[in-house]
Design a binder for this molecule. Sequence first.
Ligand SMILES: Nc1ncnc2c1ncn2[C@@H]1O[C@H](COP(=O)(O)OP(=O)(O)OP(=O)(O)O)[C@@H](O)[C@H]1O
Length: 251
Amino acid sequence: MTLLSVNHLKKEYKSKRSSQKVEALRDIDFQVEEGEFIAIMGESGSGKSTLLNCIATLDRPTAGQIQIQGRDLAAFKDKDLASFRREHLGFVFQEFNLLDTLSVKDNIYLPLVLSKKTQGKEEKLAKLAIRLGIENLLDKYPYELSGGQQQRVAIARALITNPEILLCDEPTGALDSKNASEILNLFDACHQNGQTILMVTHSPLSASHAKRVLFIKDGMVFHQIYRGDKSEQEMLVAINDAMTNLLGGQS
Ligand SMILES: Nc1ncnc2c1ncn2[C@@H]1O[C@H](COP(=O)(O)OP(=O)(O)OP(=O)(O)O)[C@@H](O)[C@H]1O
């Protein structure tokens, strides 16, 4: 079943200094099936964050359509978007974005508290804590944790509402290679569990964990690689080749 449908998406920003417009997204078109793990790659400035922000309902497109489970995001009023975002989407950021004044446990509960859906929260937390290997960290505070531990907690916070899509912006960007690889293994496990994941990344290694990689250039999807039967290593080679031939070659 198609979970996310992005049709002819266009986003223009008006420049503050001149009347010129920046066309961040020109014509983006793709579909995501339920349970897919997709990476989005592209050079700096190619529009990846703009695309993620539009899907995340944090920004409105200039034209085109985004549907999540058949719901057209343009039809939502601003005041309804926040609750839609909280209840249907999960976010993982490069810089973890945990609140230092709350314990790990309370950070993870926060989306449930904000949605007033705290019933059964202990059970949900207990299951997630085991899956993510953070059982011993729940009473600590974010500043007491390593980067890798903080990202595990951030993933738990993103998953506790059982979101339809996990949206990740450079989730391993602030981690060393060992911690990055542990986080990527967690994404693999989430994916095997049926979680739909959309991850923006500069890292070919991170993207090699995905089942499909979309390359964005000049505000359009101009290439895709399917994992198919490829091993992670073969996928990594294919991604690096695509980056050399397509991104490097045409810019
Ligand atoms: N708020 C804004 N106002 C004006 N222009 C913007 C705004 N946000 C992004 N842009 C422009 O839109 C284009 C796409 O930016 P975007 O941040 O989406 O790229 P990106 O692929 O995520 O880059 P990076 O990999 O460096 O994060 C760039 O030319 C950028 O300068």
